[in-house]
Every structure is written in C-alpha cells, then in structure tokens.
Design a protein around this ligand. Structure first.
Ligand SMILES: NC(=O)c1ccc[n+]([C@@H]2O[C@H](COP(=O)([O-])OP(=O)(O)OC[C@H]3O[C@@H](n4cnc5c(N)ncnc54)[C@H](OP(=O)(O)O)[C@@H]3O)[C@@H](O)[C@H]2O)c1
Length: 259
C-alpha cells in the first residue's frame, strides 16, 4: 500500500467507483476523506470501508488530503472551487469533464499541481483505462492501481482519448443489434447474450495481449479469404460503417475542442 491520504470533493457516481477501486485489497490509500454530499453514498462508503471518513465540508477534504480529487459536475465547479483554499503545491486531480485547465487553475487561484483525468466506471473493479494530462508519475500510479493509465503529452492527445471514450454506447449497441438479430431468427432467449458478450471480451483481450500486432492485421487474421468474417467486414465497410465511425469521432472531437 502507498501511504497516501486522498480526498474527494463531490461524492457521486465516479467517486463511489474510484473509492471502491482504491480501497480494494491491497488498498492504494491509507486514508480517504470524502465530502458529505451525496449523503447516502458518503454514508455507504464510510460504513463499508474503515479507511473512509466523511469531512464536515469541502474545505475539510482539502485540509485532510495529500491528493485532492475534484469530482463535482462542471456546472457547479467554479462556485465550489472559488470557496476553497488549497496548500501551495498541493496535488489536485480533476475528473471534471468539459472544463479546461486554465479555468480550473483560475478558480483555484493558487499555485497547485493540477492533473486532469478521464476515469471510467470500470475503475471500481481496477479495470479502468484512464487518460491523464499532463503526464505525472504520482497520478499515473494512482490510476495504474485502478487499471491502466495513459499519460497524454499534449491537450490534443487528451481530447482525442476523450473522443474515443464516447464509443462505449456504440459498442454495446453493436452487441445489442447482434443479440436482437439472433433472437429474432429463433435463438432461445438469453443464449445470444451469453454468446456475444464473451466473444467481444475475447476479442478485446486479444487486442490487449497482442498489443504490438496492428489491429488491421488482427482484423485480416480473423477474416479467412472468402470466409464469413471477410464477408461481414466488406458489407460493413461497403455500407458505410467505417465512415460512420470516423465522422462520428470527428464530430465529437469538434464538440470537445469547441467547448
Ligand atoms: N460518472 C462517470 O462515469 C464519470 C466519468 C468521468 C468523469 N466524470 C465527471 O465527474 C464529475 C462527477 O460526475 P458523477 O457522475 O460522479 O456525478 P454525480 O453522481 O452527480 O456526483 C456529483 C456529486 O457532487 C455532489 N455535490 C453537489 N454539490 C456539491 C457541492 N457544493 N460540494 C460538494 N459536492 C457537491 C452531489 O451531491 P448531491 O447528490 O447531494 O447533489 C453528487 O454526489 C463530473 O464532472 C463528470 O463529468 C464522471
């Protein structure tokens, strides 16, 4: 365990996931201080984990912690941050979406050490991949404990990974389309999902394990010449599937960059 005291401003869905990941055995933090809102989630975490205590207010979180995680919604971030007083050089990790570094630093108004990050709910099971910006060894170690950390050298890299994270619903949508088709064609209910979910898991695991094999090569490897996989890939691309994904990512990137 790394003897770190970590605090969370905003105790909602993503804080719940991060605290569960951080305090799974072996725990990454010696002490976790959370803000009192949301009261229900805060009480539940404090009840489940001996390392968790609930501060009386947000300032109490800052004062008790080596690393402060900012996890409120973007709409209230300015109001919350302007009221807080951080220590010079304190480590602050923001998970707040769609809020740029300059604004956060201005609202904090102190010379703190700020890193931005995009954790995903999978951090609860220590299986989340998290983009961070700028590169930072301490924050990378924290998110490595929760899965994998990808350190971005530039804001552009960070925005690109934020755009890529928007593919999650679509991947579930592809699985849903396949399962729906299977059941409509007569497969017994439940069997489609029992087949498709592990199939996608195996494909992802293959892509992770064979990390130095280009994905295009894996795609070709799994498509026998003249076979069924090749036929579906050709139909998908011919039907505009690849173009649809590319233009959806372009549009989401434009939205991220234009605020
Ligand atoms: N959920 C995700 O998967 C995810 C992933 C990456 C990043 N994020 C980012 O993380 C941030 C939080 O998202 P979330 O999904 O966890 O939202 P959420 O569940 O709504 O959590 C926000 C929490 O902030 C609390 N809060 C409200 N006013 C507060 C105040 N003045 N001081 C301290 N806490 C206050 C809320 O308490 P009440 O319930 O009492 O209002 C709530 O518990 C957002 O900026 C989001 O963009 C979320």
């Amino acid at each position: 365990m790394v003897a770190k005291t970590i605090g969370f401003i905003g105790t909602g869905t993503i804080t719940d996931a991060m605290v569960r990941g951080l305090l799974a055995e072996p725990a990454f933090a010696s002490q976790v201080t959370i803000s009192p809102r949301n009261a229900e989630i805060a009480q539940r975490l404090a009840g489940e984990f001996a390392e968790v205590s609930i501060a009386t207010d947000n300032q109490g979180v800052v004062d008790a912690s080596d690393i402060v995680i900012l996890a409120v919604r973007p709409q209230i971030a300015e109001d919350v941050l302007r009221r807080l007083s951080f220590r010079d050089g304190q480590s602050v990790v923001s998970v707040i979406a769609a809020t740029d570094r300059k604004a956060l630093l201005e609202w904090i108004g102190k010379d703190i050490h700020l890193v931005q990050s995009i954790p995903l709910p999978f951090v609860a099971d220590r299986e989340g991949v998290t983009a961070i910006f700028p590169p930072d060894a301490e924050t990378a170690a924290l998110f490595a404990a929760l899965g994998t950390a990808i350190e971005c050298e530039t804001k552009e890299e960070y925005d690109l990974l934020a755009a890529a994270s928007s593919l999650m619903s679509t991947v579930f949508g592809i699985m849903d389309t396949a399962v729906d088709w299977l059941e409509k064609r007569g497969l017994a209910k439940g069997k489609g999902r029992a087949y498709i979910a592990p199939l996608f898991a195996s494909l992802s695991q293959t892509a992770v394990r064979a990390h130095d094999v280009p994905l295009g090569e894996l795609s070709r490897e799994f498509a026998t010449k003249g076979g069924l996989n090749e036929q579906v890939l050709t139909d998908f691309q011919g039907g505009g599937g690849r173009d649809a994904i590319t233009s959806a990512l372009d549009r989401v990137m434009a939205r991220i960059q234009n605020g």
